[in-house]
Design a protein around this ligand. Structure first.
Ligand SMILES: [Zn+2]
Length: 543
């Protein structure tokens, strides 16, 4: 049987378990003019340098560098352990510019050690300041997990630094660590005093060789001043973090932050808890963590920007923020059709449309559904859709793997979007024509574009170590929960489809103006659109 989750589980899984060290080395524009530095450069970075405000405060990352949030807790712990065990840490590459020392390569290595020194694994003082006083629960949870691991295996840095004053009183293993810390260092290699462009090019060359950058990420990095890239970054961090929009007028900055915060909340509240899933109260767009490629695609798609990975030309930089604001507004408009309590919101339940049977978020399903919904609006088919919505959603739930199969068959990236869109349109048309589930299945079988869609209820084992011991895998547990929970979930009193907690309205069954009371018997839960369009929908459900 085809293992349909294998290809798509890794994104959510990996993204959900990385430590966010991004705040520990601030970003700076490499192009800021500065006098040439002629002095000597540091050859070895020891723990004293990382515990020293002079050196650490001079460290910068190029503003286009991807987030320092790609390491698991284990990897952070391994690096610190290696350092205190006297092991060799690969050299870092630095570039001197005015008062700043840019980390061209090695931001994760340096940040892991700084995190230990500062006791900040993504939710400490510096991280909180960077993220406007609050970090996502997910980030906080992983930070605490990392701290616990490291404190158990190595001990807090402050404790070792304290033991340094009286080493003879320290435990033997601590004395060994202190000895290593006294002499171990990371070698610093310096990029010669070239111009900014050459330093930037060497950054891309070095970093692509070490860890391949996702093509979408590279595109975002290279086009960091364009309105779509700025909008995507603002959304991913809810308007906080490094301000890529700091050069715009104050009013524009304010507006960017407000719009981005609202979109972030619509996509990522409530935060996704631990897997397996144990609630239907999921965020509509999965984890808001390392989601930059997805959000960037959403921004591009919402603004009809063509696939830039295939094109040599890029968008023009945004000079004043107006382009970024316009893009954010379009995204906000797309998202408000899917979720939220505005009158136009269909309140699509993420479990039906955007999550796999095993409980993983599918970015392509989200973007394709956004396209589908926008088409429904443009073609004035929202009422038609709503009348068949419950049947259509039951089909989607019963055949959850079809969207994954379409992505698998068609390829990731934009190519699968069109086919998912046509799949959803086919379902609307068939059910509108009064067809049954069996008719729809037969129709798909007879369509050359969808003939490969054959029913399978198999939930694959995720390689999380659980399946080998005959225990249920994480995906199986999530699937079992979702299967049971969706059967008894809250449904809309107008259309009969599932209602999500972020898009819930309470409707007078008999309108107040017709004498309907405010008692519980006259109240029903509905989707916002169903509530506002009730007169058009007549008595649509049950049929
Ligand atoms: Zn409804």
């Amino acid at each position: 049987m085809y293992d349909y989750l294998r290809e798509h589980c890794s994104g959510g899984e990996m993204a959900g378990s990385v430590v966010n060290l991004d705040a520990l080395i601030p970003r700076e524009d490499m192009l800021t003019p500065a006098a040439e530095y002629r002095g000597a450069t540091l050859e070895r970075i020891d723990i004293g340098h990382l515990d020293d405000a002079f050196f650490v405060n001079a460290l910068r990352k190029p503003d286009f560098q991807r987030e320092t949030a790609h390491w698991s807790p284990d990897k952070v712990v391994d690096l610190v352990r290696a350092f205190v065990s006297g092991d060799l840490i690969p050299a870092v590459i630095l570039w001197r510019r005015g008062a700043n020392v840019f980390v061209i390569d090695g931001a994760h290595r340096l940040s892991a050690l700084i995190a230990w020194v500062k006791d900040d694994y993504g939710s400490g003082k510096q991280s909180l300041e960077h993220y406007g006083g609050r970090v996502p629960d997910e980030q906080q949870r992983i930070a605490e997990k990392t701290r616990k691991l490291l404190n158990g295996l190595v001990g807090p840095y402050a404790q070792l630094a304290g033991a340094k004053k009286n080493p003879q009183n320290a435990a033997p293993d601590v004395q060994v660590m202190l000895g290593h810390l006294a002499v171990n260092a990371i070698v610093a290699q310096w990029v010669p005093q070239v111009d900014e462009k050459a330093a930037e090019d060497s950054f891309f060359k070095i970093n692509q060789a070490a860890t391949p950058i996702d093509p979408t990420e590279r595109l975002i990095l290279r086009s960091r001043n364009t309105p779509n890239a700025i909008a995507a970054r603002a959304i991913v961090r809810g308007g906080t973090g490094h301000k890529y929009w700091a050069g715009f007028p104050a009013a524009a900055q304010q507006q960017i932050e407000t719009e981005a915060k609202a979109i972030h909340a619509a996509l990522y509240e409530p935060p996704l808890g631990d897997q397996p899933l144990k609630t239907l109260d999921l965020p509509v767009a999965g984890r808001g963590y390392s989601a930059l490629p997805f959000v960037y695609e959403l921004v591009n798609w919402s603004n009809d920007i063509p696939d830039l990975s295939k094109s040599k030309t890029q968008l023009e930089p945004d000079p004043d923020g107006s382009g970024t604001i316009a893009y954010l507004k379009s995204v906000g408009s797309s998202v408000s059709l899917i979720t939220g309590t505005e009158m136009r919101s269909l309140g699509l339940h993420p479990v039906v449309y955007f999550y796999t049977r095993g409980g993983d978020f599918q970015p392509n399903a989200f973007i394709a559904t956004a396209a589908f919904v926008r088409d429904l609006v443009q073609k004035r088919r929202l009422v038609e859709f709503t009348k068949v919505r419950a049947k259509l959603e039951n089909f989607l739930l019963a055949h959850k793997e079809y969207i994954t199969l379409i992505i698998k068959r068609t390829g990731a990236g934009r190519r699968s979007l069109g086919r998912i869109l046509r799949y959803l349109e086919l379902l609307v048309s068939e059910y509108s024509a009064g067809k049954t589930d069996d008719d729809v299945a037969a129709k798909l079988q007879g369509d050359s574009e969808f003939a490969f869609l054959v029913p399978t209820m198999k939930v694959p084992n995720i390689r999380d170590g659980e399946n080998v011991t005959r225990r249920f895998s994480r995906a199986t547990k999530s699937a079992s929960f979702l299967e049971t929970a969706t059967r008894s979930a809250v449904r809309c009193g107008v259309c009969g489809a599932l209602v999500h907690r972020n898009s819930m309205q309470f409707d007078h069954i008999e309108a107040a103006r017709d004498g309907g009371g405010a008692d519980v018997k006259n109240a029903q839960v509905t989707h916002p659109f169903c509530n506002s369009a009730k007169p058009l929908l007549e008595k649509a459900w049950p049929w």
